[in-house]
Design a protein around this ligand. Structure first.
Ligand code: NAD
Length: 307
């Protein structure tokens, strides 16, 4: 058995840590020696209202068991730099950022107002941007950082009534993928989780016997592992639920090359070859870069010119 992963000396910020998944993370980090900023504005599932008790109760629980934590009540949307300031003022550094705070405003796309769309994007995506951006200079300077963005199966696959949520959640994937590239040489690692767990977010959606299997404590081990200093994993997306953990990655079909002149590269030519464009059976590729960054893209262009 390997030795216990310690977070002694590390400062961890968990957003939305007054309940649900975030609370479990905060308690577990504190148990392992981290100093924790417990951020939560204490609102409803839809994002309305404020209640300091949500964060205070978690801080109280951590302190009672001998851990170190401080509360922050700012909204991640608009409050990102204040949240980091709380970490710096109390603990002098920031090592780990868990972008976890979230709300739902589910409604079918036909009925979704611009406000309902923007509010959800604002909390999930802009909130993660703000907090990560405020923490970034400290991470660059200390040449260490770990960031987790919380996506969702809804963001990876889409979900009825969740156009706002799904768009924000997939945005968090793009954000983490880019931070992982910009942060790599500073040992700043960014990953994405797409969890399914019992919380107030799922209690009205899933049946009780399923919820029983999906305790949020089954999500925390991956979050802690990915943010430990010994873990070098970055730029990865993990789907997890009820004790099952898997990785998600993109797949590109082998594709079809067309001679790029106006006689041959037409909508009709694409229609004719639609099957090959979408054929994943012959050597599908697992891209981690845009094709223009791939050496073999030049080969493709050369081949196309020679057709
Ligand atoms: P939750 O509602 O129990 O927890 C979310 C917390 O975020 C709440 O305590 C809330 O007060 C806080 N919060 C909301 N808006 C905030 C803001 N603007 N600033 C600061 N705090 C704010 O839900 P949860 O299930 O624990 O969700 C945690 C994260 O996991 C969310 O991002 C959610 O979208 C994501 N997620 C959850 C599931 C699931 O199955 N529970 C599935 C996929 C994704």
């Amino acid at each position: 058995m390997s030795s216990k992963l310690s977070f002694e000396g590390r400062v961890v910020v968990v957003t939305g840590a007054g309940g649900g998944l975030g609370k479990v993370y905060a308690l577990e980090y504190a148990k392992r020696g981290a100093k924790v900023v417990v951020n939560d504005l204490g609102g409803s599932l839809g994002g309305s209202g404020h209640d300091k008790r949500a964060a205070d109760l978690v801080v109280g629980e951590i302190r009672k068991s001998g851990g170190t934590a401080v509360a922050n009540y700012d909204s991640v949307s608009g409050g990102g730099s204040n949240i980091v300031k709380t970490a710096i003022d109390h603990f002098g550094r920031v090592d780990v950022v868990i972008n976890n705070a979230g709300i739902l405003r589910d409604v079918s796309f036909a009925k979704m107002s611009a406000e309902q769309f923007a509010q959800v994007v604002d909390v999930h995506l802009n909130g993660a941007y703000e907090l990560s951006h405020a923490a970034w200079p400290y991470m660059l300077k200390q040449k260490f950082g770990r960031i987790i963005n919380t996506a969702s199966p809804a963001g990876l696959y889409g979900n009825f009534g969740q156009a706002n949520y799904a768009a924000a959640k997939l945005g968090l994937v793009g954000l983490a993928e880019t931070l992982s590239k910009e942060g790599l040489k500073y040992d700043i690692r960014a990953n994405v989780i797409a969890p399914l767990a019992s919380s107030r977010m799922t209690e009205d959606i899933l049946p009780a016997h399923i919820l029983k299997q999906l305790g949020p404590e089954k999500i925390a081990p991956l979050v802690l592992y990915l943010t430990h200093e010994s873990c070098k994993v970055t730029n990865s997306i993990f789907e997890l639920a009820g004790g099952w953990y898997g990785q998600i990655r993109w797949e590109r079909s082998s594709g079809q090359i067309f001679n790029p002149n106006e006689e041959t590269l037409t909508p009709e030519a694409l229609l004719h070859k639609w099957g090959s464009i979408n054929d994943f059976t012959d050597k599908p590729f697992k891209p981690t870069e845009h094709p223009i960054q791939l050496a073999d893209y030049n080969d493709l262009i050369t081949k196309a010119r020679n057709l």
